[in-house]
Design a protein around this ligand. Structure first.
Ligand SMILES: Nc1ncnc2c1ncn2[C@@H]1O[C@H](COP(=O)(O)OP(=O)(O)OP(=O)(O)O)[C@@H](O)[C@H]1O
Ligand SMILES: [Mg+2]
Length: 467
């Protein structure tokens, strides 16, 4: 795994090294210019002094102030060593400073060319294994007697080069030390910067299934971490809610499955207490069968919920004639509606969607069943289906008493049942949640448009071109 801290430290250190090296290089270049200028100035000053002194003497009497021209003795500092030589226009030597002995200074061609144009020429050359700086001074600048003579003054570059090397080495050393300091600082800063994230992670880690109601509080007030903490807490909220819903669902489901089992067992126990006639056994078996029916319907409902909750696989999205589906769902409740003295009307137009026809029939069927179950005799139930604005819509509208305000917000909750006294059936409270889950799995929605007076449920699905 990559370490943010290590990366930050390396980058910071390298950046610092680069900055210091560039600064060091620039400084060394500047220092070189300064030192060369300084050397040139001292050479020029010396040349002027010697030129002025010799200006009135003829070339055979031209003499240098020999005391100034130290020999390269073992103990004399090389900064003070200077050589001088007088040249003719044809580059022939005339006079040498004594420390030159029989040797001639090299005469740089470019510097000589400058001097011929009455400009003081400058040059750098290598001579006898060392580097030298020299200037060529046209004596015409100090009088006409030596109009055709040129004075060359040279000094070793050794001291300048040594200073430059030392300065460069010092800059490099500073670069390395600076880099190490910067890396240390970055390492420390990175720890400081990543500590809140670690503390937030530690708090999040401590939150487990049992303590999902706990929230992260660390660094929530720090601007940079506020969002992270908020996002994590929102995620915990959702997890907590989902977890609680799941727990409630399992508890309700097992409770619902237990009551028919208890009834069944009670009936069997009573029947077994003594010998009974065939008719009595039959009655027990029939009531047992009812309980088994109820349990298998419940198991079926739970299975449908579990399946639709995880969404529909694409291969189950087939073109569906919704008008047909609505008609079939209504047909199934016709008899029950007639027995209860309800007036059920259909008002449909060709409507199509994509999905699972069986599931859609079940969703509409649940709405129709509810309208039949929870309304008194004489109620009008209207089932409509049509297409509008790219949506396929199904409405189940009844003129019954509707849903009381205390129940209305909860009717889509799993296992939620309204007032049982007003119902004709004894459901488990899964009809609306299943219809709603089916709608969601089809990319649609189920809503309670009107709760009172008379409930109006509307199922909205994406419309498809009629087959
Ligand atoms: N058309 C309606 N008129 C009045 N109340 C209704 C209507 N539809 C639903 N309800 C109320 O909403 C509650 C939840 O309905 P839902 O279909 O989810 O469960 P159920 O009918 O009680 O049980 P199940 O459908 O699982 O057999 C019902 O118990 C009922 O009180
Ligand atoms: Mg129902």
């Amino acid at each position: 795994m990559r370490s943010f801290r290590l990366q930050l430290t390396l980058r910071f250190g390298l950046t610092m090294l680069l900055i210091l090296l560039v600064t060091g290089a620039a400084w060394t270049v500047l220092l070189r210019v300064i030192l060369y200028r300084q050397l040139d100035r001292t050479l020029l000053a010396l040349a002027e002094v010697e030129a002025l002194a010799g200006a009135s003497a003829s070339s055979s009497h031209f003499q240098f102030h020999e005391g100034v021209f130290l020999t390269e003795a073992r103990h004399s500092p090389s900064e003070l060593v200077r050589f001088a030589e007088l040249w003719t226009d044809q580059s022939a030597p005339v006079v040498r400073s004594i420390n030159l002995g029989q040797r001639d200074l090299p005469l740089p061609v470019d510097a000589m060319a400058d001097a011929r144009r009455e400009i003081v020429g400058h040059a750098t050359f290598k001579w006898e294994g060392a580097r030298y700086r020299s200037i060529v001074y046209p004596l015409r600048l100090v009088g006409t007697l030596h109009a055709k003579h040129y004075l060359e003054v040279a000094g070793p570059l050794d001291p300048v080069d040594t200073t430059l090397w030392r300065s460069a080495a010092f800059a490099a050393l500073l670069g390395v030390i600076g880099m190490m300091l910067a890396m240390g600082g970055a390492w420390w800063f990175a720890r400081l910067a990543t500590r809140p994230a670690q503390e937030i992670a530690a708090q999040a880690e401590a939150i487990e299934a049992g303590t999902l109601s706990a929230r992260i509080t660390a660094h929530a007030e720090v601007a940079e971490y506020h969002r992270l903490v908020a996002v994590l807490n929102a995620m915990l909220d959702r997890l907590d809610r989902a977890f609680q819903a799941q727990r409630r669902f399992v508890a309700d489901a097992s409770h619902e499955l237990r009551s028919p089992l208890t009834v069944l067992k009670g009936d069997i126990d009573v029947a077994l207490r003594r010998e009974r006639g065939p008719a009595e056994y039959r009655a027990v078996l029939e009531s047992g069968r009812e309980e088994v029916d109820r349990m298998s319907a419940l198991a079926d409902n739970l299975l449908t919920l579990a399946r639709t909750d995880s969404g529909l696989p694409p291969d189950r999205l087939q073109p569906v004639d919704l008008e047909q589906v609505v008609r079939r769902a209504v047909e199934r409740s016709r008899v029950a509606a007639a027995e209860a003295g309800l007036d059920m009307t259909l008002d449909t137009s060709p409507t199509a969607t994509r999905g699972d026809a069986g599931l859609l029939e079940r969703a509409v069927g649940n709405l129709v069943e509810n309208a039949v179950q929870y309304t008194p005799a004489g109620t009008r139930i209207t089932v409509r289906c049509w297409t509008a604005e790219g949506c396929a819509r199904v409405e189940v509208d009844d003129s019954g008493p509707g849903i009381p305000p205390e129940h209305a917000p909860h009717v889509f909750e799993r296992f939620y049942r309204g007032d049982p006294a007003r119902s004709r059936g004894s459901g488990a409270g899964l009809g609306l949640p299943i219809a709603s889950a089916i709608a969601a799995a089809h990319g649609g929605a189920l809503e309670l448009v009107r709760a009172r007076p008379g409930a109006l449920f509307r199922l909205t699905l994406p419309a498809a071109a009629p087959a």
